[in-house]
Design a protein around this ligand. Structure first.
Ligand SMILES: Nc1ncnc2c1ncn2[C@@H]1O[C@H](COP(=O)(O)OP(=O)(O)OP(=O)(O)O)[C@@H](O)[C@H]1O
Ligand SMILES: [Mg+2]
Length: 277
């Protein structure tokens, strides 16, 4: 891990010297945090209208989702959640995208654990959106099958509250249940941005978390990043190269703030689980 950090530090220094510095998180004036300082104005009736679902514990554990209760496995996600929340408050962020350079680094695992852990903080309201329309995986991870898919909400065919499901009183999950042939068409459509604004305005969540496709294999994530406040980049310990992570960080910084880089799948940590942030 130190090697990766040192290599990234060298890459950043080179980038700064080349005149392409990464924007610091605090330098950005947030424009989308509708809830802002009026934290008490949650419309709980509106939240209560989103149907509840019971995730299947066996499926969750198969997908390494452990953050539902205090446990050694959940520890790293709890730390990540707390750090992220602190950064979100400090920077007035609400919308956080999770992405990576290449597939399979652990984006969905991280996103699902974060929203599951959020359920243990009843005073915070969080939403997860499965924006990976090529390889949707959130519904499988929770063992849930909503009648409609998130795409239908963005196309205006189904209302948000008729598609999303609540896992806890304070968390909702908008699942994608079928792959889409042309994801960019959905993700980059103006109606998608308008729908998200409307949802944020109505429900006023503290966190809107977006599980995205990887940046380097398709175009739609880049296009979506301008709609979020900050981005978590997941690096796979034995699959992501320093230059890939550096490239993603550079790309992300063109459109949004970098909330942090998570090194996932480290084999040689004391408890063998492997999250660093
Ligand atoms: N820390 C970890 N240790 C071991 N295996 C992990 C870890 N995190 C995730 N995995 C496993 O790696 C695989 C890929 O994880 P996941 O689906 O979360 O990645 P992803 O980045 O969302 O992939 P995709 O790019 O396909 O969406 C899954 O089988 C998951 O269970
Ligand atoms: Mg995924």
């Amino acid at each position: 891990m130190e090697k990766l950090q040192a290599a990234l530090a060298r890459a950043r220094e080179k980038r700064d010297n080349d005149g392409h510095p990464i924007r610091k998180a605090t330098s950005r004036v947030p424009s989308r945090n509708i809830r802002n300082s009026v934290q008490a104005d949650i419309n709980t009736d509106l939240w209560d209208n989103i149907p509840m679902f019971e995730p299947q514990e066996k499926k969750m554990h198969q997908s390494r989702i452990y953050a539902g209760e205090v446990s050694p496995e959940a520890k790293h996600f709890d730390i990540l959640r707390t750090k992220l929340l602190l950064e979100m408050r400090r920077n007035d962020w609400t919308r956080i995208a999770i992405t990576s350079a290449t597939p399979g680094c652990g984006k969905t695992t991280t996103a699902c654990n974060l929203i599951t852990g959020f359920g243990r903080q009843p005073e915070e309201y969080g939403m997860l959106f499965d924006m990976d329309f090529r390889r949707p995986a959130v519904s499988k991870a929770f063992g849930a099958a909503p009648a409609a898919s998130l795409e239908d909400v963005f196309l205006g065919e189904v209302g948000f509250a008729n598609q999303a499901l609540r896992m806890h009183p304070n968390t909702s999950v908008s699942m994608t249940t079928r792959a889409v042939a042309d994801p960019a068409r959905v993700i980059l459509h103006s109606q998608t941005a308008e729908t998200l604004d409307q949802v944020q305005n109505d429900y006023r969540p503290d966190l809107m978390l977006f599980d995205m496709p990887p940046v380097l294999v398709s175009d739609e994530t880049r296009g979506f990043l301008k709609l979020v406040d900050a981005v978590l980049i997941v690096a796979g310990a034995e699959s992501s190269t320093v230059s890939q992570v550096d490239e993603v960080e550079r790309e992300v910084a063109q459109y949004s703030d970098v909330a942090g880089i998570i090194l996932n799948k480290c084999r040689f940590m004391e408890d063998d689980y492997g999250y660093a942030y």
